[in-house]
Design a protein around this ligand. Structure first.
Ligand SMILES: Nc1ncnc2c1ncn2[C@@H]1O[C@H](COP(=O)(O)OP(=O)(O)OP(=O)(O)O)[C@@H](O)[C@H]1O
Ligand SMILES: [Mg+2]
Length: 596
């Protein structure tokens, strides 16, 4: 809220003005009614000791003094109208300001949430349904704004309204006012009982809403799976069950919050009867209230009902808003793991990269890597091979500090990664991963993702080197064709070549290459391999190799099995050893021979 303090105070001021004017228009009813029905021209509101009447008299005297009742009434109506107009102008202004402040707070909250999500631990994205995160940023940030509007703006407005009303009522009859106000706690207490359980229900309900979003998001991305396994009916049934649970949650909440309206309605009716009875009972009012005062008193007292009701409903509207705010702050409270720590330096790479007895396990998972040691000198190519699940991808994900090692050290030029900022490490790395991410954007934006300021010529050169030029030329709009979810889909080999072009354009000194496991036909295989060769040229490369061609040229091959290094050496040396590498090689060689 702090950035909006100025505007917010302005809004409160406008609200205050509007509420006071609201009271003034009510007070003016008395002289108006008297002029119309009472005929007491000059003596407007001289009702016993009521100071309000005298104040109004004094104020109105210069305006209507000595005029016949019909003209006086006309003047009062003009004043009333003017007051009404100014009041509404003020409340319009305060509404506008309140919306601006509210939406500003939502925008800030949302942006902060998004920025925060970009910095939290990767593992959290695997544990949390993305729908819950989406719901947090989109829906909960929005519902949380009610805290601003309900809590601050309308609470203040209602308090001022009540205060103004009480002043007016007191000005007409102190005793009757005390009687009226004394009933208010009854209304508030009645509401309290209803609203006690609302907040807890609201949190459950917000969680369910997140689940609903999660299901939709997940199933949309799995639409081909659903179609191919014919599970449409099953999925709709499941979704219906979930939607039904959500419905029940809302009904449960509404059971309490909807009761507030009938309760206060009945209360209002009783209050009217009470006031009329008291006003016409001399020993309560002292006989000072005429019909005009009684009507005005009634109007003012009933006018007070709505703010009292709002205030007592305040916990209800706050409950749902606070439940959303809770969820938002739960997300914001997740510690940032990406943040740089003091003392972390800038990474350089001039000499070598060393994995020194590195062990790793995923949180609450079995050990994935044990005591892995090897080093890569600048300009060399090291290939990792091994059966599926051996931990190859995990090993290479330690280098950009996607995860931190559990034991051992990875050193760049002799400095442990833990002492270097993530950003500076990553700026040295080009990563081409097992599954290529294509963003919903143009071909050129996708290639230039790591270097947004690259010129078109540079993008085209990278695409050419990645053997992507020909298929891009055949796309409907060439480099301006939109790819991804709502754009043109690419084949597996084409996606890989986009990823290679992306890495080429960034031109990193160290390349991390996790070759895709999906089989390509011989022609794309050749195109992709050529692109990879160009990408590896003059670079230090750590490659998880599935292709013979890539492995053969490696300076060292490291065979990983179940998280441990089992063999290392050159292609020729490992073939001679007749171990795991030999077996993997023979398997693949047989496949290659078979497909040739
Ligand atoms: N995010 C994760 N959380 C927990 N365990 C994981 C996670 N990612 C991978 N694993 C586990 O770690 C082990 C190694 O996985 P990894 O992806 O590194 O294998 P890989 O050698 O790259 O296999 P492939 O050749 O099939 O790509 C596997 O047993 C896997 O189940
Ligand atoms: Mg892998």
């Amino acid at each position: 809220m702090r950035p909006y303090a100025g505007r917010f105070s302005l809004g409160l001021l406008a609200t205050f003005g509007a509420s006071v004017l609201d009271g003034v228009t009510i007070v003016l009813l008395v002289p108006l009614l008297k002029q119309l029905f009472g005929g007491e021209a000059a003596k407007v509101l001289t009702s016993g000791s009521a100071w309000l009447g005298r104040a109004v008299d004094n104020l109105l005297a210069p305006l209507i003094g000595g005029l016949p009742p019909s003209q006086a009434a006309g003047r009062i109506v003009l004043v009333l109208l003017a007051g009404l107009m100014v009041k509404n102008a003020l409340s319009y202004t305060s509404n506008q300001i309140s919306v601006a402040v509210q939406e500003g707070v939502v925008r800030d909250l949302r942006t902060r949430l998004f920025r925060h999500l970009l910095g939290i631990d990767l593992g959290l994205f695997q544990r949390t349904k993305s729908g819950q995160l989406i719901s947090g940023i989109i829906v909960d940030a929005d519902s949380a704004k009610a805290v601003v509007s309900a809590a601050l703006a309308s609470l203040f407005q209602n308090l001022v309204l009540i205060l103004v009303s009480v002043v007016i009522l007191m000005g007409m009859s102190a005793r009757l006012t005390i009687l009226t106000v004394a009933t208010a706690p009854l209304l508030v207490l009645g509401m309290r009982v209803l609203l006690a359980r609302l907040r807890r229900h609201s949190k459950v309900w917000a969680d369910q809403r997140g689940e609903l979003t999660a299901t939709v998001a997940e199933r949309i991305s799995a639409i081909k799976l659903i179609r191919s396994y014919g599970t449409e009916t099953l999925e709709s049934q499941r979704f219906e069950e979930q939607a039904t649970r959500y419905r029940k949650g809302i009904i449960r909440i509404q059971r309490f919050s909807s009761l507030t309206s009938p309760v206060s309605e009945v209360f209002g009716g009783c209050l009217i009867i009470l006031i009329i009875w008291a006003a016409t009972t001399p020993w309560i009012t002292g006989g000072t209230l005429g019909p005009a005062e009684t009507i005005t008193f009634l109007v003012a007292a009933l006018k007070m009902m709505s703010p009292i009701k709002s205030i007592s409903q305040f916990p209800a509207s706050m409950a749902t808003a606070m439940a959303s705010a809770d969820r938002v702050f739960d997300l914001l409270d997740i510690p940032l793991t990406e943040a740089d720590h003091p003392g972390e330096g800038t990474a350089t790479f001039n000499r070598d990269l060393v994995f020194d007895r590195v062990s790793f396990r995923y949180p609450n998972g079995a050990p994935v890597l044990q005591d892995v040691s090897f080093s890569v000198s600048k300009g060399k190519v090291v290939a990792l091979v091994g059966p599926s699940g051996a931990g190859k991808t995990t090993l290479l994900e330690l280098l950009p500090r996607f995860h931190d090692v559990v034991a051992g050290e990875i050193r760049l030029d002799g400095i442990p990664l833990g002492k270097l900022t993530r950003r500076s490490i990553r700026s040295l790395l080009g990563i081409v991963s097992q599954d290529t991410v294509i963003l919903n954007d143009t071909v050129s934006a996708n290639i230039a993702y790591g270097r947004p300021r690259a010129t078109r010529a540079e993008v085209e050169a990278a695409a050419a080197a990645a053997n992507a030029r020909d298929f891009i030329a055949e796309l409907p709009l060439g480099y301006d064709t939109v790819l991804g979810e709502r754009g043109t889909r690419l084949s597996g080999g084409q996606r890989q070549r986009i990823a290679i072009a992306r890495a080429l354009l960034r031109d990193p000194p160290i390349l991390i290459l996790d070759e895709a496991t999906s089989a390509l036909d011989t022609e794309s295989e050749r195109l992709v391999q050529q692109a990879i060769d160009r990408l590896m040229k003059d670079r230090t490369v750590l490659v998880i190799a599935h292709r013979l061609a890539t492995v053969r040229h490696a300076d060292e091959i490291i065979t990983l099995d179940a998280g441990c290094v089992v063999e290392r050496g050159t292609h020729a040396a490992l073939l001679d050893r007749d171990g795991l590498y030999r077996r993997l090689h023979d398997l693949q060689f047989r496949e290659v021979a078979a497909s040739a």
